[in-house]
Design a protein around this ligand. Structure first.
Ligand code: AMP
Length: 113
């Protein structure tokens, strides 16, 4: 059994509120939302972070971005949203399985914390 929590969600071993799933990726609700809508888009394949993605993952990374926009739209984020990939320690990554945060439902601010 994998020790990676997102691999376990992808395998159906841990429940999640899934919004989208295909052979390459999965989108589900973040368990500790920081915005009215807070979704995560993950590849099924375990890739530690964006910094670990290889040339062979280019199409997959593009797919994740497109699915992020699709689930944002389906969630009613017609006024915009933010996509974030926290990467590594300084990036604030806490789960070491590449994921896109899709945040919306309120005004986002810049610079981020
Ligand atoms: P990051 O800090 O960028 O690595 O993001 C990890 C995110 O995963 C956090 O926003 C957590 O709230 C979220 N998270 C952790 N465990 C779960 C879970 N079991 N189901 C849904 N989201 C989770």
């Amino acid at each position: 059994m994998s020790e990676c929590i997102f691999c376990r969600i992808a395998a159906g071993e841990i429940p999640a509120q899934k919004l989208y799933e295909d052979e390459e990726c999965l989108a589900f609700r973040d368990i500790e939302p920081v915005a009215p809508t807070h979704l995560l888009v993950i590849p099924i394949e375990h890739i530690q972070s964006q910094a670990h993605a290889m040339e062979e993952h280019e199409a997959l990374l593009g797919h994740l971005m497109r699915v992020a926009a699709e689930v944002a739209s389906k969630s009613g984020l017609t006024n915009g949203f933010r996509v974030v990939a926290n990467t590594g320690q300084d990036g604030g990554q806490t789960v070491n399985h590449l994921h896109l945060h899709v945040l919306g439902g309120r005004q986002m601010h810049w610079p981020p914390g």
